[in-house]
Design a protein around this ligand. Sequence first.
Ligand code: AMP
Ligand code: MG
Length: 370
Amino acid sequence: MPCPEKKGRCGIYDKMQTEYVVMTEDSIDKDAILRAGRILKEGGLVAFPTETVYGLGGDALNPSSSEKIYAAKGRPSDNPLIVHVCDADAIPPIIGGELSGCAGEWRKLADAFWPGPLTMIFPKSTKVPYATTGGLDTVAIRFPSNKIAAALIGAAGGYVAAPSANRSGRPSPTSAKYCREDLDGRVDMIIDGGPVGIGLESTIIDLTGDEPIILRPGYVTRDMLREVLGRVEVDRAIISDDSSVKPKAPGMKYRHYAPKGDLTVVNWRGPLTVQYIRKKLEEAALSGRRTGVICTDETAGEYRADLVRSAGARGDYEENARRLFDILRSFDDEGIEVIWSESFSEEGLGEALMNRLKKAAGQKVVEPTL
Ligand code: AMP
Ligand code: MG
């Protein structure tokens, strides 16, 4: 479908027809996958489900495909793309030279976490164009576990560059309807494979130095990586409050996931946090602003706001993570102007959840006071 409802929004993409296909992992539409693979081989773009979030795929070894991905997303071209493979043996041809330092340990990580939500960074070989790596000499690689994704990557020749299938700055899409919202008329095909299972993007680990470093927290936690490698560091920019520390993953420096309304995270201190948010809601309502809250099942009944969204039970990180991006998008649909979110513990998967939530809030985190 083109994007007739908002003429001009798509610019050069006004004439592109987006084809929609629906399938499940248990019943893959092989003809549609072959068609999608052909589109990618010919330099086109296909959005598809993975277990983390939906990806916007192009041929990773074709520089003009990568350029199209950046244009369709409106993504800054210094923000490199992750190359998706469907077989760990596809790695050696696209990584460069002698593997030094911790890169030699990649097979241990592949055995433990692939296929799955872990992205590894290596020195790149000349097969991978700079257009895909944002000008870097390194390449990020992941083998997703979603069977539709794996079938598509195979049909496309084995190497698919795929950032999250959202317009740059918006929350990553956790279902095909959000791909449609952001990319209709900008891509050749959108494969609807239902809602994703994880809901947060992959963990990124840099293997190009002496020590493995987590550049983006995700479903595979620090403890899980430490168990396999015996050691792991975390990029200082992720854990430091000092905004002058530059992140090693170029994309982590950009504002991300932000709803249009003004979002503030309030540290969770039990009833004190609830009282604080209630007071803020009353003040905002008096000034006529539309209000929203992100909370948990335990506290959802405590708030009066234009939109109250629970991320699930407190402590159920998997459910909280699965719901987060959908919740962030829902405030825009309701025209919410000011939003407060309870914070979550940063243990385990909570580290990735809070990383995304704080980014969405532009790092605005406050202590509740009365
Ligand atoms: P997305 O594709 O939207 O999930 O974002 C991919 C993330 O991976 C961005 O934060 C990129 O900056 C990061 N990334 C991709 N390739 C590299 C690389 N070679 N070195 C460091 N970070 C990378
Ligand atoms: Mg993204």
